[in-house]
Design a binder for this molecule. Structure first.
Ligand SMILES: Nc1nc2c(c(=O)[nH]1)N[C@H]1C(S)=C(S)[C@@H](COP(=O)(O)O)O[C@H]1N2
Ligand SMILES: [Mo]
Length: 434
């Protein structure tokens, strides 16, 4: 499969499903010809069996706006910056108001956090990264010192949670969801420094037949609620993504050693892919000649619901790249004083860079172009602004971005049961005082 095809999730998913069935068939001693016959009859049938899914109960989890103190039992090490929202013990949502007129990059202390577990302790003298699997001919371990002395590059790009914007599904469909009720603050842009995975893979004798890469953290995943066996938090990408120039084994963030909350000592960076692909606290990478199907990816990394029938082995449509979104650098809800105001915001796309941003100050009736500011890196974000001569009243303001592949934010995102990849235009409430 070519790298270009990866941009088309339909193609990617279909290829993965075909491979899965072929692999199973081979294991069972079935011929290629018979496999193709099975395939022809199978996809529709498995799709139907998986459709029914009970509506999730509302978690009722409380949200806290932080005021600088650290909650007990937190899975987060850094002190929460003022005005940040902590939805649960492992989540910290960026405060968009604090980004007003700030630089392109989010400082480490201000970067959002999504930690399923507390950061594990790190001892540079005993820590090892193991690279192994059927896709390499010389599996071995690397020490921390070895990694930081290898050739490195720096990439400025975003990491964004696949559930960023989840709360707008609830608003748009008036249906509660379980899971973190992020607004738009589960994203940040940083300068990530590390070793291109392609260089590491060269040192372990990457085979031309390598297909998939599994990256595993030191912590456990969160599938235990259903009584299933606990496994390490991990993610899987195809070898084409792992070998991209900007796919890195990261050890520094904005020029500092990777902080505990963001993956100390090492995490992976897969630009544009959903946050969870960027595994933190990694200890093991498996390169495989056969596709790797983990429970996490098949059950959690998918869009599910009436619009997204399951296609075995996936419970829905596999998530890879993030979509287009926009946010204002404003509090939620915002209160402004009448007069001239420089309205600012940022827009981003996991598939490329933003080429156009439109803003509506009248709830979507009329739109005008915002001014885009430099820099404007792909897989990161662009800052934009617009003058607003504002009179007292109550407003719902909106922003709508378009990326270089022509993806534009729709007025509403189609529903999925986990509330992932909300890309619809968001109405931001603003009150203007006289
Ligand atoms: N080992 C490990 N890696 C992980 C996670 C985790 O819980 N454990 N969370 C993932 C998710 S869901 C997201 S959105 C990003 C968040 O990265 P950040 O906390 O550095 O912003 O890390 C990903 N990597
Ligand atoms: Mo996440």
């Amino acid at each position: 499969m070519s790298d270009k095809n990866l941009f088309d999730q339909e193609d990617y998913l279909k290829a993965r499903v075909d491979e899965y069935i072929w692999q199973k068939s081979k294991d069972a001693g079935i011929s290629r010809q018979r496999f193709l016959q099975i395939l022809a009859t199978m996809v529709g049938a498995t799709a139907i069996g998986e459709l029914a899914r009970p509506a999730p109960a509302h978690s009722g989890a409380m949200s806290n706006v932080t005021s600088g103190f650290k909650p007990k039992n937190s899975n987060i090490r850094k002190p929460p910056p003022p005005g940040y929202i902590s939805h649960s013990k492992g989540t910290l949502e960026m405060n968009w108001e604090a980004m007003y007129k700030r630089g392109y990059i989010v400082p480490n202390d201000w970067f959002y956090v999504h930690n399923r577990n507390a950061p594990p302790p790190f001892d540079p003298s005993t820590w090892r990264l193991r690279i192994e699997g059927t896709g390499v001919s010389a599996p071995r371990e690397f020490t921390y010192d070895e990694i930081v002395t290898m050739p490195s590059i720096s990439v400025t790009c975003a990491i964004e949670c696949a559930a960023n914007g989840r709360r707008f599904f609830e608003d748009a469909y008036n249906t509660p969801l379980s899971g973190t009720r992020w607004r738009l603050g589960a994203i940040g842009v940083a300068e990530w420094t590390g070793v291109p995975l392609s260089i590491l893979f060269e040192r372990v004798g990457l085979k031309s037949t390598a297909r998939d890469v599994l990256v595993e953290g030191a912590d456990l995943d969160s599938l235990d609620s259903k009584g299933t066996k606990k496994s390490k938090f991990s993610s899987v990408v195809p070898i084409t993504k792992a070998l991209a120039d900007n796919s890195l084994l990261v050890y520094a963030m904005n020029g500092e050693p990777l902080p505990p909350d963001h993956g100390q000592p090492c995490r992976v960076l897969f630009p544009g892919w959903a946050g969870n692909a960027n595994v933190k606290w990694i200890e093991r990478i498996e390169v495989s000649q056969t596709p790797i199907y983990t429970q996490w990816v098949m059950e959690q990394m998918v869009l599910t619901g009436a619009d997204y029938p399951a296609i075995s082995p996936y419970k829905g449509k596999l998530i890879t790249y993030q979509n287009v979104k926009s946010a204002f650098e404003l509090a939620w809800p915002a209160t402004l004083s009448a007069g001239n105001y420089l309205l600012r915001g940022r827009s981003w796309s996991g598939k490329g860079k933003i080429v156009q941003v439109e803003v509506s100050l009248d709830g979507g009736k009329t739109w005008q172009f915002a001014r885009l500011r430099e820099p404007n890196f792909p897989f990161a974000w662009v800052r934009w602004d617009i003058e607003w001569d504002v009179v007292p009243g109550e407003y719902f303001i909106q922003a709508r971005a378009t990326d270089n592949l022509g993806n534009t934010q729709p007025s509403i995102s189609p529903w999925n049961d986990f509330g992932l990849l909300y890309g619809g235009v968001v109405s931001h409430p603003v009150k203007v005082q006289g």
